[in-house]
Design a protein around this ligand. Structure first.
Ligand SMILES: N[C@@H](CCC[C@H](N)C(=O)O)C(=O)O
Length: 300
């Protein structure tokens, strides 16, 4: 791979897309020659000085990705979703990102079937493309296995962490692994989602070593939630796919169930996604994806 500093200034083709307004700058890298430094990612994600996005996704053939984990998935998936958060940090997974990545692969003719796989740092994810009742293309992604982070502690106490937001009292929370880390808070009845000031990072205690995404959830009805999220490496975003899955699974766990017949509806500020628990402790995320612009960026 070429060092980013050796080629400065560089021009990069990009596509801008979003999944329920969780937005991404996609950087096609068909030859596996683009080395995105954290500063390049931060520039592309910058909403004023750059293009703007919650994350940056390099679209690279699995075998040319330069990532041994991805190369190991090459027999199952042709393309690797090389995901970075807006601050330049690397993330294992992005649920909304997989849908936008899938939409890009289909638009470019890089995947033509309705079912295909994507390589990620959190393993191979299987995508199914269909049309929803309103005639919109729907992307369903098996996010794979999920787990409670501290099952024993959670079973003893009903929660395994405390989350504090600004002036509010610390709230009990549940930590889940969806390939990336999540901490879910069910809002107490006397608080509304709109009351939370998420300009400042919520404090999680104990603080996870690798950081965490924090979801705040309020039931809307049976199998129906509303959620806000503070994403690791970004800040508050308008949606988070793995976060929506974590929120639905946490609410199901708190309700004492392992019901697999309910598809959860999760309303986020940017739209609605659907979460379906699958057998074998796996979970599926469904929703829309949009590709809204194509261009060329000049990196400083
Ligand atoms: N928005 C994504 C999650 C992106 C990564 C996350 N910020 C992390 O650091 O784990 C989603 O839709 O899942």
């Amino acid at each position: 791979m070429t060092s980013s500093s050796a080629q400065s200034p560089r021009r990069l083709a990009f596509t801008k897309g979003h999944g329920t307004e969780n937005d991404f700058v996609l950087v096609p890298d068909p030859e596996g020659t683009i080395d995105l430094a954290p500063s390049d990612v931060a520039f592309l994600a910058d909403r004023r000085a750059g293009i703007g996005g919650d994350g940056v996704i390099r679209v690279v053939p699995t075998v040319l990705s330069g990532d041994p984990v991805a190369v190991g998935q090459a027999s199952q998936a042709r393309w690797f979703m090389d995901y970075r958060n807006a601050d330049g940090s690397v993330a294992e997974m992005c649920g909304n990102g997989t849908r936008v990545f899938a939409a890009y692969l289909r638009r470019e003719g890089l995947e033509t079937a309705d079912e295909f796989a994507i390589a990620t740092r959190a393993g191979v994810k299987h995508v199914h493309v269909s049309v929803d009742p309103a005639g919109q293309t729907r992307y369903s992604v098996n996010l794979g296995p999920w787990a409670l982070q501290h099952e024993d502690r959670a079973r003893e106490q009903g929660s395994d962490a405390l989350v504090k937001v600004a002036a509010h009292d610390a709230m009990p929370a549940l930590s889940l692994d969806l390939g990336n880390p999540h901490t879910v808070v069910a809002l107490p009845e006397d608080k509304e989602l709109d009351e939370l000031d998420l300009h400042v990072q919520p404090a999680v205690n104990p603080a996870p070593t690798e950081g965490t995404n924090v979801e705040f959830v309020r039931p809307v009805g049976p199998g129906h939630l509303a959620m806000r999220v503070f994403e690791r490496g970004v800040g508050e975003t308008r949606s988070c796919g793995t976060g929506a899955a974590a929120a639905a699974l946490a609410m199901r766990w708190w309700a004492g169930g392992d019901d697999q017949s309910t598809t959860w509806t999760v309303d986020v500020p940017g739209g609605t996604v659907y979460v379906r628990p699958l057998p074998g402790q796996e979970v599926e995320l469904s929703g829309p994806a949009a590709l809204v612009a194509d261009g060329e960026a000049t990196l400083p």
